[in-house]
Design a protein around this ligand. Structure first.
Ligand SMILES: Nc1ncnc2c1ncn2[C@@H]1O[C@H](COP(=O)(O)OP(=O)(O)OP(=O)(O)O)[C@@H](O)[C@H]1O
Length: 243
């Protein structure tokens, strides 16, 4: 079996507050600048996770448990403070709607921009362009600047570009929620198709019934730590018990 994603003892802290009152800053100066003035939040604590090629994994957990932060580390948009993340093959997906899109460019130009960011050559994008537009159902808006798109239209185009990159590893955050129901169904069908084709899938969702249908493995997170990792039905049961 080949490992597609290897996350090793990853830690991530966020700075919550940079500024302090003048009094606090004075005390800090008088004490010889000891300690840290900023308040920090430990979002991922020694997280380790191996995902084999072709596995379908759901990240579960309450709001703020670290799911999206972990997904961003896997996608490479975030760098860990310590620990390592390695992925094999082309990684694509939907983490933040509109990430990698330029507001002042048209949908058409953004397909090229986003496609290039995700590792496609210009010829590959040329070949897949019609299919990308057809899947997104953007129609006559393709030459409109994307700043005038609704959030659903953004999602359609971003999702369509991402699936057309033919990724080995596909990451999906909760964002499917902004799409209307027919488009959501279409995306879910596409995600299932990718899974059936043996692609590696990591999905963040609060829709437990949906992830139970798509994924075989569930990773339950709590306060930045993995507290359960096993078959999806067991992970969902455990999560429901904690709720
Ligand atoms: N850039 C950031 N700066 C500061 N804090 C952050 C940042 N990104 C995330 N956090 C904090 O890290 C914690 C984990 O956030 P994360 O988005 O990973 O949670 P989540 O499990 O995906 O939650 P949800 O279910 O609400 O999407 C949260 O408390 C969040 O406020």
């Amino acid at each position: 079996m080949t490992t597609a994603i290897e996350v090793k003892t990853v830690n991530k802290e966020f700075v919550l507050r940079h500024t302090r009152s003048i009094k606090e800053a004075l005390v800090w100066l008088i004490r010889g600048r000891k300690g840290d003035l900023s308040e920090k939040f430990h979002a991922l604590k020694d997280v380790s996770l191996d995902v084999q090629q072709g596995e379908t994994v759901a990240l579960l957990g309450f709001n703020g448990s670290g799911k999206s932060t972990l997904l961003k580390h896997i996608s490479g948009v975030m760098i860990p403070d310590s620990g390592t993340v390695q992925t094999r093959g082309r990684v694509a997906g939907l983490i933040e709607v509109g990430a990698g899109f330029h507001h002042d460019l048209s949908g058409r130009d953004n397909v090229y921009l986003n496609g290039a960011i995700l590792g496609m050559t210009e010829t590959e994008i040329d070949e897949r362009f019609d299919s990308i537009i057809e899947f997104a159902e953007i129609g006559q808006f393709i030459d409109t600047e994307v700043k005038f798109y609704s959030s659903g239209m953004y999602l359609r185009l971003a999702f369509s570009v991402a699936v057309h990159t033919d990724p080995e590893v596909f990451l999906v955050d909760e964002i499917l929620a902004v799409g209307d129901e027919p488009f959501q169904r279409k995306c879910i069908a596409k995600i299932k198709e990718l899974a059936a084709d043996g692609k590696t899938l990591v999905v963040v969702s609060h829709d437990l019934d949906l992830v139970a249908k798509i994924c075989e493995r569930g990773v339950l997170m709590d306060h930045g730590q993995v507290i359960f990792d096993g078959p999806i039905d067991d992970a969902v049961d455990q999560f429901r018990q904690n709720s």
